[in-house]
Design a protein around this ligand. Structure first.
Ligand code: SAH
Ligand code: SF4
Length: 356
């Protein structure tokens, strides 16, 4: 196992069969070995700095019906809300005052947010906070739509590929959604020039080591600037309610392997890591992650943005969320950075990289 990790470190790629062997046969010692190397690589690039991005969950209305997600349109128990652009701007203002320089706007695929409304919102935010970056995470749209949002000032986009195994994708999505369209979206985003993030859920029902191996091969080929991955966590009002949660240990191992394969990648320790384990996000940092996305959403709506059960921080306001995550990060000897934290920025600081 260690030989495979060393090979990944040297060659930055493994064959599908090698990934499968690594992911099906790992133990605590192997995970620790990978985490040490991943942490070394993060330290070389980012030092003990963790980039903080404020996330605004601005609508839980969704036209899609992903089987795993509490926001799916068939979930009639969800209490639906939508923040108006002015309310979203107010969240950004609060975040800006707290020091945030990246705002992540995430939501269901809500038809109210047409190109026109979203573009106005994006240009409103970049107009008011010219040095801040806007990241969008609003699902599948047409190429033209992605282009218009880019032209309005959005520069980063998070769209998880969810799984690189088409058969598994079909099992956890309704027939009208397709893996091919997900891939089309990711290609479009990258071609348009977004810093693009993809990523998968770990422990989806029926997911095999080979499925995850496909995810790793895909990440190596796609070379995303960000990777958002977290364990699958069941939601009580979805068809997958009785399925077991994904393993935090396996997620941490995959985070480490992602860092080893793509050393420069922006790698969030995602909220779902804490859903399964209190100190999941700090463990994520120690496994090679370098980004945390505290919640900037109004407290009143946080409990209604439930993708899965057990979401932490439901009663905290923006300042409290920041405070508790800052404490968690400093307790492991790391420091919080609220700057933009663009991909490749560290190279600029060292005078090597001239992009972005
Ligand atoms: N609608 C957008 C963004 C919101 S969902 C989209 O789908 O891209 C953001 C992410 O939450 C999804 O990509 C999915 O990976 C994750 N997610 C949804 N339900 C989940 C669950 N039950 N457990 C873990 N992650 C989940
Ligand atoms: Fe909608 Fe995203 Fe949830 Fe799918 S994962 S139902 S697209 S919010």
């Amino acid at each position: 196992m260690r030989g495979l990790i060393d090979r990944l470190d040297r060659q930055k790629r493994l064959e599908l069969e090698e990934w499968t062997a690594l992911l099906s046969g790992f133990d605590a010692g192997t995970a620790d070995y990978a985490a040490r190397r991943a942490r070394e690589l993060s330290l070389e690039r980012f030092g003990k700095r963790v980039y903080f991005r404020g996330i605004v969950e601005f609508t839980n209305i969704c036209r899609n019906d992903c089987l795993y997600c509490g926001l799916r349109r068939s979930n009639s128990h969800a209490v639906r809300y939508r923040l108006e652009p002015e309310e979203i701007l107010a969240c950004c203002r609060e975040g800006y005052a707290l020091g945030y320089r990246t705002f992540v706007l995430q939501g269901g695929e809500d038809p109210y947010y047409t190109d026109q409304v979203l573009c106005q919102l994006v240009s409103g935010i970049t107009g008011e906070f010219p040095e801040a970056a806007v990241t969008l995470s609003v699902g599948e749209r047409s190429r033209g739509s992605y282009q218009r949002l880019f032209d309005a000032g959005a520069r980063r986009y998070l769209l998880r590929h969810e799984t690189a195994a088409p058969a598994l994708y079909r099992r956890v999505h309704p027939p009208e959604m397709s893996w091919e369209n997900r891939m089309r979206c990711l290609r479009d985003l990258r071609e348009i020039g977004y810093q693009t993030g993809c990523g998968m859920m770990v422990g989806l029902p029926g997911q095999t080591a080979e499925d995850l191996a496909r995810d790793m091969v895909f990440l190596g080929e796609f070379q995303p600037q960000m990777i958002g991955m977290g364990p699958f966590l069941p939601h009580h009002d979805t068809p997958l309610r009785d399925c077991p949660a994904g393993s935090v240990e396996l997620t941490l191992f995959l985070l480490s392997l992602s860092r080893i394969m793509l050393p420069d990648v922006l790698l969030p320790a995602t909220t779902a890591l804490d859903g399964g384990w209190e100190d999941g996000r700090t463990r994520g940092i120690l496994a090679g992650a370098n980004v945390i996305m505290p919640n900037l959403s109004p407290v009143a709506v946080r409990k209604d943005y439930l993708l899965y059960d057990g979401k932490p921080g439901l009663t905290q306001d923006a300042a409290d969320s920041l405070r508790s995550l800052r404490e968690a990060v400093t307790s492991i000897g790391y420091e919080l950075v609220v700057g933009r934290g663009d991909y490749g920025e560290w190279r600029n600081e060292h005078g090597i990289f001239q992009g972005f």
